[in-house]
Design a protein around this ligand. Structure first.
Ligand code: MLT
Length: 410
């Protein structure tokens, strides 16, 4: 008889976003007249930059012509895309990252889960609380945790609480942890990290032989010139950090699918025999075996992000969503609600009014305002008493949603 991976049975009911979608669909079916505005999942609404569309249209023509047709591409991504990423996203910021250290993929969510393939089963793992649930669930699936308790915490994780008191940035742990997940600008709280904060993490990782998984999927939303966009802006990070990046949020590729992961060749971790092994080699082996690369057409679209037109167009897109975030912040603050984030990030982290639980406030907003948010408790026990409001929507919908919510709160 075939058996299953029992670790899946430890997972809490459903992945957060499908669970929200299930509740919203049930409400929509019962109330077909309700004009529901979704500010829950961070999914973009604005069309792709013209530069990307034009590049992909041309790439389709390439594929229909014998002389330019492409079969399997390199599993790591085409050199012409990796070179642009290295130059524009890293070398231009003074980060010594080479094109060969970039691995193009179909998503940061997939990469941040898949990366566990190359790590051992006995690492101690630190996550913030609240946290992007993928980091937690993929470790549960891989058997790196015990059971979940009533608060939703899994045995075996080191949880690092983030709250208004510590500006939603985790304190450096007292104990030794091997793998550390950091996400800045932060999902879900919209907080950011200074260079000094990241330097403290890098120093910690270097002194303990730890590896930092740095999720920078929202770096394009940083407008403060003093804030780092990449962990490799921090001295020593090339010896302790893997970085995840995405075209989903800056160029609107959530449905188009393109991202990349940076694994510096200087990174090592221990084999069972105590020897140091280059993580780049393992990730390269993993990707070559389990992944066939992103389509030529999509990579051409991603390459266009780095053209001068593309750069101007993604800047405009990011500014558009940041203006939405500003509107959300301003309207809620005026209504007397405590809000965080939403300045260098597309997410606004909102304290629920009157001590309501996250799901109760979610239900109030859905049923009373027909607005969907994300309950903070879905991101971890310390997210209880908060909801996350996403700035990814049209201006009209954001303004309408805020009018409905502030009307209800007044
Ligand atoms: C979110 O809403 O947290 C994100 O859209 C999830 C993701 O990017 O996978």
């Amino acid at each position: 008889m075939a058996t299953i991976n029992d670790n899946y049975l430890k997972l809490k009911a459903g992945y957060l976003f499908p669970e929200i979608a299930r509740r919203v669909n049930a409400f929509a079916q019962a109330h077909p007249e309700a004009a529901i505005i979704k500010l829950g999942i961070g999914d973009v609404t604005e069309p792709l930059p013209t530069a990307c569309c034009e590049a992909m249209t041309k790439a389709v023509v390439d594929m229909g012509d014998r002389s330019t047709f492409q079969g399997y591409g390199p599993e790591q991504g085409y050199a012409w895309l990796r070179e642009k990423i290295a130059k524009f996203d890293f070398q231009a910021r003074g980060c010594d990252i080479d094109a060969s250290e970039i691995f193009v993929s179909d998503g940061s969510k997939c990469d941040s889960g898949n990366i566990l393939d190359i790590f051992g089963d006995r690492n101690s793992i630190a996550v913030t609380d609240p946290v992007y649930p993928v980091y937690v669930d993929t470790n549960v699936m891989a058997g790196h945790t015990g059971e979940v308790n009533a608060k939703g915490e899994y045995e075996g994780f080191v949880y690092l609480p983030i709250s208004a008191e510590n500006n939603f940035t985790a304190e450096i742990p007292k104990e030794k942890v091997d793998l550390i997940y950091l996400c800045f600008p932060n999902n879900p709280t919209g907080s950011t990290a200074t260079k000094a904060h990241l330097q403290a993490w890098v120093d910690y990782a270097l002194s303990h032989g730890s590896i930092i998984f740095f999720d920078a999927a929202y770096e394009a939303f940083i407008t403060d010139p003093d804030l780092p966009h990449s962990i490799y802006e921090i001295v020593g990070a090339k010896n302790c950090a893997i970085e995840f990046r995405s075209f989903s949020k800056n160029a609107g590729f959530t449905g188009t699918r393109c991202a990349f992961t940076v694994v510096p060749k200087t990174l090592t971790a221990k084999a069972a025999d105590g020897s140091d092994v280059e993580l780049w080699k393992l990730w390269n082996r993993r990707q070559s075996t389990k992944f066939n690369g992103v389509s030529y057409i999509v990579q051409r679209g991603a390459e266009a992000v780095y053209s001068s037109e593309g750069q101007a167009q993604i800047k405009a897109l990011v500014e558009f969503y940041l203006e939405n975030a500003k509107i959300i912040r301003q309207k809620l603050i005026a209504a007397g609600v405590a809000v965080y984030g939403g300045v260098n990030a597309p997410y606004v982290w909102v304290k629920t009014p009157n001590g309501l639980s996250s799901w109760d406030f979610f239900d109030q907003l859905l049923q009373g305002c027909h607005v969907v948010c994300t309950p903070g408790s879905g991101f971890g026990a310390a997210g209880e008493g908060y909801v996350r409001i996403s700035a990814f929507n049209s201006r009209k919908n954001v303004e309408e949603a805020m009018a409905r919510i502030t009307d209800k709160l007044s």
